[in-house]
Design a protein. Structure first.
Length: 203
């Protein structure tokens, strides 16, 4: 809405004619008509008089916003830009919400950065097709991310899988399954009796 349209709307709301408004403001009715059409712009003092006569805010009449509304718009814009800039500056991981990574093994649900700079990446892991090496590799990667201040949320199933893998690993201190029992008594391996010196084998 232009300033002329605002003058006309306020005048009609007040229920007075262009001529009546002109008389109260100190200009002709033709001048008011030109203001409303936008072919002529009032000076500041004329805006102030019109606003006073029509009981409207002069800033709204001139710019379409009161001072409070204008200040709030600026505050909102600054806050939004600051939040966007802060988020981009502090996010250290390359992950984006809604994207899948590592051949579809991991899907990112959300990425948040707290005011103190701590980043949390919420994920879904498809562990059904992961090998034991894959599981341990992902956990190692997430552990390195944690040391950088990047927490990965949603890896409980991956941790469970890693725990199962660890529990199933053979213990080097124990004999492998199916190994023959160790001989009783002396643990030295028995050897054939030495033959007399100079005797041929088989004699």
């Amino acid at each position: 809405m232009s300033f002329g349209q605002r003058i006309k709307a306020a005048r009609e709301q007040a229920g007075i004619t262009q001529v009546e408004l002109g008389e109260k403001v100190g200009v002709s009715g033709v001048a008011i008509m030109r203001y409303e059409k936008g072919t002529r712009q009032p000076r500041l003092e004329q805006f102030q008089r019109i606003a006073s006569v029509l009981s409207v805010d002069v800033n709204w009449l001139m710019h379409g916003q009161t001072l409070e509304e204008r200040d709030q718009v600026w505050k909102d814009q600054v806050a939004r830009r600051f939040e966007e800039a802060t988020s981009h500056q502090k996010q250290r991981s390359p992950f984006k919400p809604g994207e899948s990574y590592f051949g579809g093994d991991m899907r990112v649900k959300n990425v948040t950065v707290s005011p103190d700079g701590k980043e949390t990446v919420t994920i879904d892991m498809d562990i059904g097709k992961l090998s034991s090496e894959d599981v341990m590799g992902y956990l190692e990667m997430f552990n390195k991310m944690a040391k950088l201040g990047i927490t990965v949320d949603g890896i409980s199933r991956l941790i469970d899988a890693a725990t199962n893998i660890t529990n199933m690993a053979p213990n080097p201190s124990q004999d492998p399954p199916g190994a023959p029992p160790a001989p009783a008594g002396d643990t030295d391996t028995p050897t054939a009796q030495d033959a007399p010196e100079g005797a041929k084998e088989g004699e």
